[in-house]
Design a protein around this ligand. Structure first.
Ligand code: NCD
Length: 306
């Protein structure tokens, strides 16, 4: 499938080869930034953020600016006509006429797909509820490849909120292309959803479920830590029962391979003690910064810049 005009709604829509094309483009952009600085001159990205965001929104905006394009949008939907009762459909149809590409984050599962079905321009899913976050996955894979030197045959642990963590769902699907062995480490109430496990079974992914991190920590090449997604809990008591269940500090490294890489999509709450930040294993800030070249690559590709 070609890239021009393509929606980026689910990581499941991308083959291994296509994923690698994005990572290679991002690597070239990172190396030769000036070559790309006028690529999207005259193009406009609409950044529609119906949910809080720091990294995703600002790295999308930085990416568009660094390609010579410009940005419109909102990060506070209460300041738009949605507050007057305008429907999602009408809002999308109107904004579609003001831009060339739409990046959207929305609390509802399936919202990016819904937007893509309404508008003519390409839609990029910047997170749809607890479902998926494909551009974070491209960023995660880029970071893993850069720091581990490869993507194939890695043992990857996912830690924390695997039920509501959309970055986990998308990255786990993507790893099915790379012969990963996965450890899903979480309290029982936050385990990976059954429908995602079914999909991984279909894709013949080897995975194990575990509650105790220290039982498996020495097997891991990558540990992907996540925040407990407080805002997604229907019942605050359920959140309080799992809050703070995993807390990593430098002593954790006694239980791991020395070359382990620790990722986190961020924001963190208390699951990684800042004392761990200086360890060479901790690459989550670099991961956040990689969001810019990766989103530059995706914007360039869907908008047809060479
Ligand atoms: C994540 C998200 O919004 O899903 N953050 C991000 O985009 N980097 C993770 C989170 O909010 O915990």
């Amino acid at each position: 499938m070609g890239w021009l005009g393509r929606d980026i709604v689910s990581i499941k829509d991308f083959s291994k080869d296509e994923i690698l094309q994005v990572l290679d483009k991002a690597a070239d952009i990172e190396k030769n930034r000036s070559k790309y600085s006028e690529l999207l001159r005259g193009k406009v990205m609409a950044a529609l953020f119906f949910e809080p965001s720091t990294r995703t929104r600002l790295s999308f905006e930085a990416a568009m600016h660094r390609l010579g394009g410009s940005v419109i949008g909102f990060s506070e939907p209460s300041m738009t006509s949605i507050a007057k009762g305008e429907t999602f459909e009408d809002t999308m149809r109107i904004i579609d006429g003001y831009c060339d590409v739409i990046a959207i984050r929305h609390p509802e599962i399936g919202s990016a797909k819904k937007a893509a079905d309404i508008v003519r321009n390409p839609v990029i899913n910047a997170g749809d509820g607890a479902h998926e976050h494909p551009t974070q996955t491209f960023t995660d894979l880029y970071t893993i490849r850069k720091s581990c030197g490869r993507l194939d045959n890695l043992t990857v642990g996912f830690l924390g909120d695997l039920k509501y963590g959309r970055t986990v769902h998308s990255l786990a699907y993507a790893l099915s292309h790379f012969n990963a062995t996965i450890y899903f480490i979480s309290p029982k109430s936050l385990k990976m959803p059954d429908e995602d496990l079914k999909e991984l079974n279909k894709r013949k992914v080897t995975y194990h479920e575990e509650e105790d991190l220290l039982k498996v920590s020495n097997k891991l090449d990558v540990l992907y830590v996540t925040r407990i997604q407080k805002e997604r809990f229907l019942n605050p008591e359920d959140y309080h029962s799992v809050k703070g269940v995993y807390k990593l500090d430098p002593s954790f490294l006694k239980h791991t391979k020395p070359e382990l890489k620790i990722l986190h999509p961020l924001p963190r709450i208390d699951e990684i003690n800042p004392q761990l930040d200086k360890a060479p294993q901790s690459i989550y800030f670099e991961q956040a910064h990689n969001g810019v070249p990766v989103r530059m690559a995706l914007l360039a590709m869907v908008l047809g810049g060479k």
